[in-house]
Design a protein around this ligand. Structure first.
Ligand code: SAH
Ligand code: SF4
Ligand code: F3S
Length: 449
């Protein structure tokens, strides 16, 4: 009988893509995917530790497997990802959940097949977490699950040490993939029919800054955008301390680079930005937004914001509100600060009480939603090009995103997944848009060509 795997993923896009790599390795061993725990021969948790609730979520779901594992002792439970890279976490996992069979690291996920073989042969628990980053492993074939979108790593790790952030500790130092590997992967994806490529790195602007690639990010972006074919190109994440003219110039050269930049600001208060070790001011941030929007009037910016960082006063928080209004974000991910062991901020005094954090996050979410809603309403009556990426069973509608990441729904008799569809927007509901394909609506002229 066919062996089945199930992968449970937490965390960022990087992890989602790494789950595709894990899936590729499991396919290579003859496993096929199932969405049901009960059908699985192996369940892999690809964990995240960016905030405490991400960890609690994983702990809860791993713990919930205890019964199934008792019923089905042959089931292999494997835990990998960022959490296992944290100091002391692998031991804690073993203690808390003795039924875990394999613990592996985010820095050595390519070892999983061998660890599985070992577990099957020796019937002993296997723990192998690589502590320090090694050479980049090339040649893995991810099992992609997100057609027509594809993610491509351009670099791994982070050197920025923002004072709240655990990523540099669990993902190691920055290292960049060679341009020839990236370009070969993108060309292959475009030839296979992928329509949207997102270049991934914790801080894409630092690409090649160690001098090992012979190219900086702007040059790489230029080279990738020069690959022939109709596809959209995105990149994530930019860092305000580095983002600027070079990249914007390349964007101007290539229409296939989406006019949407994800530029995490974290706070609008210069005092807090300093304590966060972000190395830019709110003034510099707004200048960058202005530079982008003056070059492309349609451009949009999305962001990440943390409230309740140690020492954040009401005045600091209000500075964040002012910045949100001035930057006029298309949307924002908003987080309550979560102390992470080993980071500088975890040692800082003057913690913000939970009730104050809660009050600020509620106010901020309301502000961000009001911007997003207003932008959605402005879509009504316009025609936009979306890339159809899925079918929503519940709604009975196809869906896709426009260049700015806005979700548009529409009805269709035929499967449109992977098509660029011109959609005349008739209605907006919060962040979602509903429309009719323009060919049906009488061929209104597209605005995004
Ligand atoms: N490399 C990206 C994203 C890192 S993680 C960047 O530099 O922005 C994604 C987001 O999680 C961050 O932008 C930040 O807003 C949030 N985050 C990171 N650590 C956090 C913490 N300890 N508490 C709350 N939010 C955090
Ligand atoms: Fe974390 Fe800062 Fe690196 Fe982003 S740039 S991963 S927030 S340390
Ligand atoms: Fe991503 Fe979470 Fe790791 S945000 S890099 S999966 S800690």
């Amino acid at each position: 009988m066919e062996k089945k795997y199930r992968i449970v993923t937490y965390g960022c896009q990087m992890n989602v893509h790494e789950s595709e790599k894990i899936a590729g390795l499991l396919h290579g061993m003859g496993y096929r995917e199932t969405k049901e725990d009960a059908e699985a021969d192996i369940i892999v948790f690809n964990t995240c530790c960016i905030r405490e609730n991400a960890e609690n979520h994983a702990f809860g779901n791993i713990g919930a497997l205890k019964k199934l594992k008792r019923r089905k002792p042959g089931l292999i439970v494997a835990v990998g990802g960022c959490m296992t890279q944290e100091k002391g976490k692998a031991e804690l996992l073993r203690e808390k959940f003795p039924f875990i069979d394999i613990i592996f690291g985010a820095l050595n996920l390519e070892r999983l097949p061998e660890l599985i073989e070992r577990r099957l042969k020796e019937r002993r628990k296997v723990v192998e977490v690589r502590e320090k980053e090694g050479e980049i492993v090339e040649g893995e074939e991810p099992f992609r699950t997100s057609y027509p979108n594809a993610w491509v790593n351009i670099m791994y790790g982070c050197n920025n040490f923002c004072s709240y952030c655990v990523v540099p500790y669990v993902r190691g130092r920055e290292r960049s993939r060679k341009p020839e590997h990236i370009l070969a992967e993108v060309k292959k994806l475009v030839a296979e029919g992928y329509k949207e490529i997102t270049l991934l790195g914790q801080n894409v602007d630092s690409y090649g800054s160690d001098g090992t690639t012979g190219m900086r990010f702007a040059e790489l972006l230029d080279a990738v955008a020069s690959v022939e074919g109709k596809f959209r190109l995105r990149f994530m994440t930019s860092h305000p301390k580095d983002f600027g003219k070079e990249v914007i110039d390349v964007m101007e050269k290539h229409r296939k680079i989406c006019r949407l930049v994800h530029l995490p600001v974290q706070s609008g208060s210069d005092r807090i930005l300093k304590a966060m070790n972000r190395r830019y001011t709110s003034g510099k941030y707004l200048e960058e937004v202005e530079m982008l929007k003056s070059r492309f009037p349609e451009a949009e910016v999305t962001t990440d914001i943390i409230v309740g960082f140690p020492g954040e006063t009401e005045e600091d928080y209000l500075a964040t509100e002012s910045l949100v209004k001035a930057a006029d974000f298309a949307s924002a991910f908003t987080f309550v600060y979560s102390p992470r062991a080993g980071t500088k901020a975890a040692e800082m005094e003057d913690k913000v009480p939970p009730e104050v954090q809660k009050d600020r996050i509620v106010r901020l979410v309301e502000l961000v939603n009001s911007l997003t809603r207003r932008k959605s309403e402005a879509y009504v009556g316009r025609t936009v090009e979306i890339l159809c990426e899925d079918y929503d069973e519940k709604k009975g509608l196809y869906l896709g995103r426009d260049e700015f990441g806005r979700m548009g729904y529409f009805a269709s008799e035929t499967n449109r997944i992977g098509d660029f569809v011109k959609l005349k927007i008739e209605r907006a509901n919060g962040i979602s848009l509903f429309g009719v394909p323009a060919e049906k609506a009488g061929g209104a002229s597209p605005v995004t060509d």
